[in-house]
Ligand binder design. Sequence first.
Ligand SMILES: [Zn+2]
Ligand SMILES: [Zn+2]
Length: 276
Amino acid sequence: MKIGCHLSASGGYLAMAQTAVSIGANVFQFFTRNPRGGAAKPIDKGDVAAFLEFAEANGIGPILAHAPYTLNAAGAETRVREFAESVMADDLERLEHTPGAMYNFHPGSHVGQGAEAGIGLISSMLSRILSKKPFRTTVLLETMSGKGSEVGRNFEEIRAIIDATDAPLGVCLDTCHVWDGGYDIVNDLGGVLAEFDRIVGLGRLKAIHLNDSMNVLGAHKDRHEKIGKGKIGLDALMRVVNHPKLKDLPFYLETPCDLQGYRDEIALIKKMSDSN
Ligand SMILES: [Zn+2]
Ligand SMILES: [Zn+2]
């Protein structure tokens, strides 16, 4: 199975891949830059070359780049939207160095403009960026919990962004977010996946953020919890990992863990996985 976690990018690509191997992971996620935004470090070509060789030799990937949280394509102010567009375009340009990577982002918050306006702003930004050149990186919309004015709070909003965007998009399903968004993956995983398939299409699902949740179904809170310590629970999360329609996808943990904690979670999930 493909399982890993979010890692610090401060040491570069090779260091992340080595850390991944050291905790039993074969995929990982990282922020493309400081999660609050700011400039990205210049690409270190030597590091990238060493990483690609190491990843090939150790079966690492796909890696998942996560856009900074401050990126809001649906912002009300031009300045906010221009920042989002320049950051995403720059991130995708940089990811050309690591073919096969995927790029995940939070669709945005409409900040009172309404979901429909937000969807329009997000998809027009994506269309502009992705029509510039055929980027090698697949862009993924993350399913959101519906905290505040988040867009992507349900499968219909994800579908609406896909439909309005003039380029192919994938989806990353976050188990904490969909649970907090009101999708009962504990008691009816099959029903939730059937709904996802009907509205979005399982073919678009490219990655899973595997997280427990501190909150109850439909809380719209987005507080991740350690695997098995939250309201979703270990059994339900293992049904996600082992589901025939999901088991071949890469799983990325974003739980509040240090490296030892991630090592333990990965070992537990591998032990309880049907594919091991
Ligand atoms: Zn995220
Ligand atoms: Zn997530």
